[in-house]
Ligand binder design. Structure first.
Ligand code: HPA
Length: 288
């Protein structure tokens, strides 16, 4: 395997120098949610290009930055912009932000993404809670030599923290926002699926399909960090509606779903801000 190219410690030191002490929670903002980075109070930020080992990501409208501060009184760092495999980035870079944030001191990761709805109950604009995933990228950032602090064979029986998921459901119920549970299928992309592929995904039990998140979750779990995942449903998956999938629609509907998801995230963080429940409850399956 190739040697590591990102010096995680150096990168984490850069975050420490620019942003100060790590908050317990990081939120990775998918398409449709990046505006949340502008709502952070007392923000301190560092762009990806200033973090040794990272490069500017090549995705629409995403500058690529970490913004630390508070939201609803809770200390948090938001990651706006992420690397995707379909851009040609090696898995190591796709997962590097998680490794860097974890080394800096983040213990809980909230991953958000845009996804196509396969479950017939999911409509464009809906938000869904990821309770499990299927890795159809057929690659993993854990392949190769084991990184310090990571498990060689991390358990994946509950990659998404059940307690965090239950709290998210309670917040959503209080806000009157439907938040069905779903299984996220991760594909490589960048082409959207064929109708036959979507029929296959339906049969294997996927509720949504997207091109991100799973590599990041794999690394977070190998490090024993807590994870939550949310999908913003931007379209019906191929073949399930008469409409072809257009990237512009994905972005537009992502913003609508993003507004709902932002409410849920703010509700979750407000509990943290009031009660201070950080990532102490790491799952027992994690490293260290
Ligand atoms: N498929 C894969 N990724 C996606 C989709 C989709 O339909 N919508 C948004 N991201």
């Amino acid at each position: 395997m190739s040697a590591w190219t990102v010096d995680i410690q150096r990168a984490a030191d850069a975050l420490q120098a620019e942003l100060g002490a790590a908050p317990p929670t990081a939120v990775v903002l998918g398409s449709g949610l990046s505006h949340l980075a502008d709502d952070v109070e007392e923000p301190r930020e560092i762009s990806f290009s200033k973090v040794p080992g990272l490069v500017a990501p090549g995705v629409e409208g995403h500058a690529g930055r970490f913004v630390a501060g508070t939201l609803e009184g809770a200390p948090v760092v938001l990651q706006a912009g992420r690397y995707h495999c379909y851009e040609g980035h090696p898995m190591e870079l796709v997962a590097a932000p998680v490794r860097i944030l974890a080394r800096w001191g983040v213990t809980t990761f909230v991953f958000t993404n845009a996804a196509g709805g396969i479950d017939p109950h999911l409509q464009p604009g809906d938000v869904a809670l990821i309770e499990d995933h299927i890795n159809l990228m057929f690659r993993s950032p854990l392949v190769g030599p084991v990184r310090p602090g990571e498990e060689r064979f991390p358990d994946m029986s509950a990659p998404y923290d059940p307690e965090l998921a239950a709290r998210a459901e309670a917040v959503a119920a209080r806000l009157g926002i439907p938040l069905p549970r779903t299984v996220y299928a991760a594909v490589l992309g960048p082409s959207y699926e064929t109708a036959a592929e979507v029929r296959m995904l339906q049969r294997v039990g996927a509720g949504v399909v997207g091109m991100s998140t799973v590599p990041e979750v794999l690394v977070a779990r190998a490090l024993g960090r807590r994870c939550a995942g949310f999908s913003m449903v931007t379209n019906r998956a191929t073949g399930l509606s008469d409409e072809p999938i257009g990237h512009d629609d994905v972005i537009r509907v992502g913003r609508e779903a993003g507004a709902r998801l932002a409410e849920i995230l703010m509700g979750l963080l407000a509990e943290d801000g009031a009660g201070g429940r950080d990532g102490a409850a790491r799952q027992s399956t994690g490293a260290k």
